[in-house]
Design a binder for this molecule. Structure first.
Ligand code: FAD
Length: 483
């Protein structure tokens, strides 16, 4: 069997540098880069990778950029639609390829797809080889002394550091063999990833999907990384890297991130800013670790005792939350920013998730679904872990009595109200002291700022104090039930 042609199947690794599947194919005479859009509603399309409209927008642009980068090196991306095992087998037959390479995905649906594809290709006599490309370490390699998975972050992070996070980074190929024009497929446009109604119109002002865009963003962030521990919680500052969508689509790898931080700060783990940043990259690994070892948590509470929580799921509350019309300024600012940019600051994610699950008693799964649809970085492991953490139903969870007070959070993390004024412009003229809780403002302040509650801006959909007490009662009951 000739190994002169290898298909490289791209999924969540849309980069040329540090790409183990591509690197291992470089000994082949011919390399055919392949992207396959699975059929709507199939098992392969059900996972977080392709679930949401915002992710699909990103994917369209990232594939376009990958194709451009491949062409600059003499190759091109072939794009297809269909069941991956069938498409890969057909392409192998058409091109005489003997091997298929890809980088592993670790979400439940991604694992199922990988297994099925591997088995099917091997049954047809093809070499099917998968590689580790998306995380620093794969979850089965980071276990405690008893051989069990970690459920708490700090010991997990220590174990990850003990495994070593300074890992070799593979070079980017300078040239690639050409791809026969006769290979038929779809065009990236015909995959239909862009929304019909251009609600994502504004995203392009915020993002440059693709490998070069990831590096531009990362390089400008590295310049400020020494302040990360001080600025990362501020809603009004550009204090975080915003690398999450680039990482999700594999346009940059965590190995590259660690190596670049280390090149600037060899003592990164002893320096507050860089250490804190690398630790956050560790949270991404931790989320993948949790979902890999506890795949049921995609839909089930990690802590099953919380199955008894009396969620209310009031449709009016859910709609107001989704549309940034709750009457709580910091929540509305965050939800509107999400809609406009496809991204939300981590602190804001915690505030809006706490408001939805605790004040409104809406099931975390409904909030997580909305995030999966609207975030450009929608990532099943991180999203699931984030929601379960805030709701108090997950690993290493926020204690049930921790209910974020969105007024105090706004005052603390958006001290001048810049973030609120930007996204809730109808409140822009309120004085600072009235901005975070306009329902408590003096009538003359509202009047002077042109704000009429219930008319130009909603009254709060829920009373923060009483809803907090109700939630505490509901969570307390569960706690007592456990005894
Ligand atoms: P930085 O602060 O610059 O951190 C660097 C990288 O570390 C991030 O790009 C990200 O990959 C990783 N990271 C940082 N914080 C976390 C975290 N808490 N958990 C896991 N990884 C982290 N992140 C997603 O990538 N996709 C999601 O769908 C997602 N959903 C979330 C839902 C909720 C309710 C919460 C509380 C958090 C969620 N997060 C999610 C985690 C976090 O909010 C984002 O990763 C972060 O805000 C991305 O911004 P950044 O790239 O500027 O992060």
């Amino acid at each position: 069997m000739s190994t002169s042609t290898t298909l490289v199947w791209f999924r969540q690794d849309l980069r040329l540098a540090d790409n183990p599947a591509l690197d291992a194919a470089l000994t082949s005479k011919h390399i055919i880069p392949v992207y396959i859009l699975p059929p709507e509603g199939s098992d392969e399309s059900r996972d977080g990778f392709l679930r949401g409209g915002a992710s699909r927008w990103w994917l369209h642009h990232s594939l376009t950029t990958l194709d451009r980068d491949l062409r600059a090196r003499g190759s091109r991306l072939t794009t297809h639609r269909g069941k991956p095992d069938e498409v890969l087998a057909r392409l192998a037959a058409e091109t005489g390829a003997a091997a298929v390479h890809w980088n592993r995905r670790l979400e439940p649906a991604g694992i199922a797809t990988d297994r099925a594809v591997k088995q099917s290709l091997r049954e047809q006599g093809l070499t099917a080889q998968s590689f580790a490309g998306n995380y620093l370490h794969e979850p089965w390699n980071v276990l405690n002394k008893q051989g069990s998975p970690y459920k708490v972050f700090t010991p997990y992070w220590k174990a990850l550091l003990a495994e070593g996070i300074d890992l070799p980074v593979l070079p980017e190929p300078e040239k690639l063999p050409g791809v026969d024009e006769a290979i038929e497929g779809e065009t990236i446009n015909s995959l239909g990833l862009l929304p019909q109604l251009d609600w994502a119109e504004g995203f392009a002002d915020w993002w440059t999907p693709g490998e070069a865009g990831a590096w531009d963003r990362f390089e400008s962030f590295v310049d400020d990384i020494s302040h990360y521990h001080e600025t990362r919680n501020r809603l009004d500052l550009d204090g975080t890297s915003r690398l999450s969508p680039h990482l999700h689509f594999g346009e940059i790898s965590p190995r590259q991130i660690v190596a670049r931080v280390r090149s600037e700060y060899p003592d990164a783990l002893d320096k507050k800013g860089p250490e804190h940043f690398l630790r956050e990259v560790g949270w991404r690994e931790f989320g993948a670790n949790l979902l890999y070892h506890f795949p049921q948590t995609e839909t089930d509470n990690l802590d099953a005792r919380f199955d008894r929580l009396p969620w209310r799921n009031d449709p009016d509350h859910i709609a107001a939350w989704q549309h940034g019309q709750t009457g709580i300024p910091v929540v509305d600012a965050a939800m509107r920013a999400l809609w406009a940019t496809g991204w939300m600051h981590n602190r804001a994610r915690m505030i809006v998730a706490s408001f939805l699950t605790k004040n409104c008693l809406v099931d975390w799964r409904l909030g997580a679904d909305w995030f999966m649809d609207t975030l450009v970085d929608a990532d099943l492991p991180s999203n699931t872990a984030g929601w379960q953490w805030v709701a108090g139903t997950g690993a290493d969870a926020a204690p049930y009595f921790r209910i974020f007070n969105p007024v105090l959070q706004g005052e603390k993390f958006d001290p001048d109200g810049t973030f609120i004024r930007r996204w809730v412009p109808e409140l822009a003229d309120l004085p600072d002291k009235a901005l975070f809780a306009p329902w408590e403002a003096k009538p003359e302040n509202l009047h002077q700022a042109g704000v009429t509650l219930g008319k130009t801006y909603p009254r709060p959909i829920i009373d923060l104090k009483t809803s907090r007490e109700v939630a505490l009662g509901a969570f307390q009951q569960i706690k007592e039930y456990q005894r």
